[in-house]
Design a protein around this ligand. Sequence first.
Ligand SMILES: Cc1ncc(COP(=O)(O)O)c(C=O)c1O
Length: 457
Amino acid sequence: MAARTFAQKDISSNLHPYTNYLVHEQVGPKTYTRGESVYIWDEHGKKFLEGLAGLWCTSLGFSEQRLIDAAAKQLSTLPYNHSFAGRTAPVVTELADQLTSLAPEPMSKAYFVSSGSEAVDSAVKFVWYYNNALDRPNKKKIISRTKAYHGVTVICTSLTAIPVVQEAFDAPMSRFKQTGTPHYYRYAEAGESEEEFASRRATELEELILAEGPDTIAAFIAEPLMGAGGVIPPPRSYFQKIQSVLKKYDVLLIADEVITGFGRTGNLWGSETFEIVQPDIITCAKQLSSAYIPIGATMISEEIYRVIAEASNRHGVFGTGFTYGGHPVAAAVALETLKIYEERNILEHVREVMGSFQKRLEALGSHPLVGEARGSGLIGAVELVADKSTKESFDPELKMAIQVYQECLEQGLILRALPAGDTLGICPPLIISEMQINDLFDMLEAALDIVAKQHSV
Ligand SMILES: Cc1ncc(COP(=O)(O)O)c(C=O)c1O
């Protein structure tokens, strides 16, 4: 069949996610053809440092032969199997055991899916099923935070509290409520300490629960460090205060570790870094397989599992599951990824280089365009402001973060202008060296200088 041709510059039929299609028709696609270590090359042979690890996920870089071999070996022995009705493959069982034993708090079971969104979507279904099983049919509402990012299925769109994700999709649906972002720089009141701000956020959460009725609130979902919404670490004591409110009203906590899982913040889990004690459900994906293959997981506590197990017997089965959940090739790659993390002591490497990363990041805080430079471990962001003293934002029409992003590309650095505010995310592969960290920040600094000059800042 003859290939279709298009008048516009994008000559393919690929409908890109998170894309302005009219702009895209003018500028065409950006095509990348090859990757190695922390670098990626475009179709013209230009080399880029992949400063956001793809989408916060390619932890081991782009040329990890052991992952390729693990996939090939599994493809040549058992390329497909499923997990319905108790069926499994050895690699899937091994991965489930490995993952639950690595969890920050004891987790009983791991339910495999193919993406972060499916992991979060499944977490909500677990919570609903659990409360139905406990004969609490009204306890179904889920609370997330403004600027949270939890994915884009229909359920996840109601949790991801970012205007561009929700507005045109009639979200959030009525079972989903939002409470305030724990962003001290943006939302603390004059003279308020971090602890006081954390207490205020916890009080707001309690007020929301009381206003809705505690018997209607099922769960609270949180990224330990908010990612796509702006890379926002919580203020000191935040989760401790939030968790005492949740406990008081018997509200489950879902820790969404899709970005923070597997070493990103200098501990295996963001829950450890930010002192989330005993999450009831944990979702993960991305770095679970270094993104070489799609896989995610929803882990549940023994308490939730027991209730669900009894109910599955009453209903006949636990009536949900994906064709590709527990895919053996994905499981083989994930298992090998976890082995590499351990054998090469990737966590130790992150701890060795994250000091330099955070030092260079912090230094950007004094750049005239930057209001706040913030982060943890090997993840960070710079938020651009028009006025450093008043924290006034730039006119959104200027698209300042996109201008800096474009200038970074010129320099040979790929970052991401995040979908909430004038903020650029930085999240390189975990294997990045100290020298490459310096290259990354040299390029970002140069890009900021050029854009500042263009705007006479
Ligand atoms: C914290 C968090 N949860 C869920 C998701 C959704 O993951 P996916 O894009 O794999 O569906 C993301 C994606 O960035 C995320 O950052």
